[in-house]
Ligand binder design. Structure first.
Ligand code: CP
Ligand code: NVA
Length: 311
């Protein structure tokens, strides 16, 4: 017997190029749906039947690429992959209007946020940001799902990010504050979150250069690589600048007693995090990685499911 596909609320916005493309209510619905998809995957296995999505990757990926491909397949759709620079062999606006004729959606990992925005501008199908220099919204969805699962709720918790004020930090700040969490970030002075990103937070955040201050009372301690993709030429300088920003047992012991450790991965043990923290019972990094699959299924459903008039 074929299971009835549950009714899925659609996003008002036709793309997901940044975290703020979903309202706070939509974010909550998406996380509820992600939990249902995780629990009852078979209910959704025909939701994208007959639909193809193009996965465009300008940068390497393990988690994002594999979880999107699997998510699309497990929802009954088909993923087509294309690696390489976007807008180099032919203008982006031509590429976008080619893809438009073949696929029902585009998932893009790009060097510049402008590239994702331009794909959304020039194509009529939903465009999903699979990481840009500015944001990593799909990662933050999986992270919020992981925090909800672990603590039962997000409200009243404190998330401390230690390290580079990068794409992952920006998306986390937005999602955490939108879900009622306190957010603190400790970075070296030259690597702070840009002020226009901080201005988008739902509530005031704690900005410091002292990791111990940020993690005080934190329920979640989060870090990411010191050198993001595209910044490799700065790696040596960054290793020095971030030396005092390693998440190790000593730093983690200053967080709340029930604190968990999170990292989007890939992790560089011995740099932003120690092997001991990665392997500790506080570490939920593989739960986060698993939830990429479920959270992205929920996102695909809310952008592309059958009753969505965008499709
Ligand atoms: N966390 C994450 O986005 O991993 P990948 O770069 O492997 O996709
Ligand atoms: N900040 C990292 C995240 C990788 C998933 C990067 O952009 O390379």
């Amino acid at each position: 017997m074929t299971a009835m596909l549950p009714r899925v609320e659609r996003l008002a916005h036709s793309d997901f190029t940044r975290d703020l493309d979903a309202s706070v209510d939509e974010l909550r619905s998406l996380l509820d749906l992600a939990a249902d998809v995780k629990r009852f995957p078979e209910r959704y296995r025909t939701a994208l039947s007959g639909k193809s999505l193009a996965l465009l990757f300008e940068k390497p990926s393990l988690r994002t690429r594999i979880t999107f491909e699997l998510a699309i397949q497990q929802l009954g759709g088909f993923a087509v992959l294309n690696d390489g620079p976007i807008g180099a062999r032919e203008p982006l606006k031509d590429m976008a209007r080619n893809l438009d004729r073949w696929v029902s959606g585009i998932v893009a990992r790009t060097f510049r946020q402008q590239t994702v925005d331009d794909l959304a501008l020039w194509s009529s199908v939903p465009v999903i940001n699979a990481l840009s220099d500015m944001w990593h919204p799909c990662q933050a969805l999986a992270d919020m799902q992981t925090i909800r699962e672990h603590f039962g709720n997000t409200r009243g918790l404190k998330l401390a990010f230690v390290g580079d004020g990068n794409n992952v930090a920006g998306s986390l700040m937005l999602n955490a504050t939108r879900l009622g969490m306190d957010f603190a970030i400790a970075t070296p002075p030259a690597y702070a979150l840009p002020s226009d990103v901080v201005a988008l937070a739902e509530s005031g955040i704690e900005v410091t250069t002292d990791p111990a201050v940020a993690v005080r009372g934190a329920h979640v301690v989060y870090t990411d690589v010191w050198t993001s993709m595209g910044d490799e030429h700065e790696a040596a300088v960054r290793r020095t600048a971030f030396e005092a920003y390693q998440v190790n047992d000593q730093l983690l012991s200053q967080a709340a007693p029930e604190a968990i450790f999170m990292h989007c991965l890939p992790a560089h043990r011995g740099e932003e995090v120690t092997d001991s923290v990665m392997e500790s019972s506080r570490s939920v990094v593989f739960e986060e990685a698993e939830n990429r699959l479920h959270a992205q299924k929920a996102l695909l459903l809310m952008l592309l499911s059958r009753d969505n008039p965008n499709q």
